[in-house]
Design a binder for this molecule. Sequence first.
Ligand code: NI
Ligand code: MN
Length: 223
Amino acid sequence: MAEVTFYGHACFSVKDEETSLIFDPFLNDNPLSPVKSDEIKADYILLTHWHMDHLGDTFKIAKAQDPMVISTFEPATLCESRKIRAHAMHLGGKHKFDFGFVRVTPAFHGSGVPGGHACGFIVNFKGHIIYHSGDTSLFGDMKLLGELEKIKLALLPIGDNYTMGISDAVRAVEMIKPEVVIPMHYNTWPVIECDPEEFKKEVEKRTGTQCVILAPGESYSLL
Ligand code: NI
Ligand code: MN
């Protein structure tokens, strides 16, 4: 059975008995993470951008486990220059991997590398469609993403300051129309403190989407 586990901030794993993906593996220096980088299994790392709170322990995990890093061209090339296996994609591109497809989505945010672009991912993991938006502002084409793919689970930032805050993230849910949303990128540091219960209340009042709040270390089963 497939499940999604939250490690705090923007770091999630999506795994079943065979395959484990990890989004933005910020673990060892993540004040919210209950695990360190040597305690998680990664066959693939999906990297939304090259900021330290997302790149995190990519190099350490790559050295120990030889996963494939999936990212946009510039971060993927930087990984390859460090002898890390990488698959370069870019905005709007879709590619099939052994677990399912990955579609790279725009994110309005810095990339952390010259000439790069931050991204999000829509992943089909063994038939479950999951959208990890990466760090982003609200943008109107989120509506289009929800039309292009029937998104079951959306992982969206709510912490404000660097990304969408609660009210904009509720607007995002209205446009994406996922079955379930899990909030991320909040309460890691004082500048992004907020109450996820407030997000849940607004989402469930204004949309047909269920909001699941995961404490770091908790999992959500994809049925
Ligand atoms: Ni960032
Ligand atoms: Mn961030």
